[in-house]
Design a protein around this ligand. Structure first.
Ligand SMILES: Cc1ncc(COP(=O)(O)O)c(C=O)c1O
Length: 429
């Protein structure tokens, strides 16, 4: 399915000409395809066929309420990493009984909220967390459902900032210590062991690291069975990559088939936590060229989006395709660095892109649905952009553009002393 396409030289998402979105909602603006989002989630769900499974969308990839709402409607579970994400899932109509809670730094209040909501499982990432959760569940007169998130020491072969399954990473518990920790968990009165979790990184473009991790996880399940610990589910995390440029990642279907080759005969329910592969190519960032600027040895196109709205290029040196919303009839192309107005040299969206550009032109930054809006900030006091969901020929504003008043609303001035008094209170030297 390709919901982003040209029709008579005009870029459309589903049935909507993106010029009309810019005219109605202004730029910069994130625009998503509901059909693409749905197809991507269903591809994971179908990939595991009849085997018991739950697709727990990783909320961190895009936590906007209408995205979560659509996924909840499809029956999705959710992987959360904070109390804030839990609140979003509940607000969007998600079922807390389908929520798994990952993250190395769960606070007391976040654990309490998750226990109160009755989530499906805590993916515990350290011994200290295990004991804290046991104590808290005891105080509340509950049993906390848990899995240990193990770190299998597998190189995901991805950018170091999004690799999480190596010994040197802060995530999970060392797989060699997992048996001992499970043994301790089994003695704690307010915990109930449900499963085992593992997530090795993001934007993986081959199956080998996933299967390597799976083998290590299966070896661990055998060791656990020998000491009488049986598991109901294996949570294999997220991480399946998408195509930004030349990558050829496995499809959810390929991934599902490879997992089932190992897991179909085993009694475990399979949980997956995909984020990027569900929402990444379901969204674009729409931006307008403000200025063209000739520097001594390059041309800049300064656009109205920036690292404040889309951090990936600045943070990971990530490459995202940038295409015109209107194809020019005479496409004489020039190499441009596409940059934003933010006062950082890291503020670029694409470098050396061959485009035919004029002031006022609209551009689409592709595959911006994941780790886009949710990583945006007010840096340089820029208000956060709008988000629009397209469904067929309809557009729905799902997040209003932030106003200046909203941006300033939580801040206040303090009662300062008059300047002369301040001088009087200075200590004498
Ligand atoms: C524990 C966990 N699960 C799932 C994900 C989602 O990864 P992705 O968006 O690559 O599928 C992440 C991302 O970092 C994660 O840390």
């Amino acid at each position: 399915m390709d919901t982003l396409h040209y029709l008579d030289g005009r870029l459309h998402l589903e049935g909507v000409d993106l010029r009309t979105v810019a005219a109605q909602y202004n730029t910069p603006c994130y625009v998503y395809s509901q059909a693409q989002l749905t197809a991507n989630w269903q591809a994971f769900d179908q990939a595991l066929g009849e085997h018991p499974h739950l697709i727990c969308y990783a909320v961190k990839a895009n936590s906007s309420l209408a995205i979560l709402q659509q996924l909840a409607r499809l029956g999705s579970g959710f992987d959360i990493v904070s109390g804030g994400e839990l609140a979003r899932v509940i607000r969007a109509g998600g079922d807390p009984a389908k929520v798994v809670f990952s993250g190395v730094g769960k606070r007391h209040d976040e654990m309490r909220a998750a226990l109160t909501a009755g989530i499906r499982c805590f993916n515990v990432e350290s011994s200290a967390e295990l004991y804290r959760l046991n104590a808290l569940a005891g105080e509340m007169g509950l049993k906390a459902p848990i899995a240990l998130r193990v770190n299998p020491d597998v190189d995901a072969g991805t950018h170091p900032y999004i690799s999480t399954g190596l010994k040197e990473n802060k995530f999970g518990v060392d797989i060699d210590e997992a048996v001992s920790l499970y043994r301790q968990a089994a003695t704690l009165a307010h915990l109930e062991i449900k499963g085992l979790a593992c997530h090795i990184g993001s934007q993986l473009t081959s199956l080998a690291p996933f299967l390597d991790a799976l083998q290590r996880v299966l070896t661990l399940t055998q060791a656990l069975a020998q000491i009488g610990i049986t598991l109901q589910h294996l949570d294999l995390g997220g991480g399946l990559g998408i195509r930004y440029r030349h990558e050829t990642p496995p499809t959810p279907h390929d991934y599902g088939r490879a997992l089932l080759a190992e897991l179909a005969p085993l009694p475990y329910e399979i949980l997956l936590e995909p984020g990027r592969a569900i929402v990444g190519n379901a969204g674009i960032l729409l931006t307008r060229v403000e200025y063209l600027k000739q520097a001594p040895d390059k041309q800049f196109a300064i656009v109205d989006a920036s690292m404040s709205e889309l951090l990936r290029p600045a943070l990971y040196d990530a490459w995202q395709e940038i295409i015109p919303v209107v194809e020019h009839a005479t496409p004489a192309k020039t190499l441009f660095d596409i940059v934003g107005p933010v006062c950082e040299s890291a503020d670029f969206l694409g470098k050396q892109r061959s485009l035919s550009l004029h002031e006022g032109d609209l551009l689409a930054i592709c595959s911006a649905g994941a780790y886009g809006y949710c990583m945006s900030s007010n840096y340089n006091s820029r208000t956060r952009p709008a988000e629009v969901m397209i469904s067929g020929a309809q557009t729905h504003l799902i997040t209003r553009r932030e106003t200046l008043d909203e941006m300033l609303a939580r801040e206040c001035l303090i009662d300062l002393q008059p300047i002369e008094d301040a001088h009087a209170t200075q200590p004498r030297t």
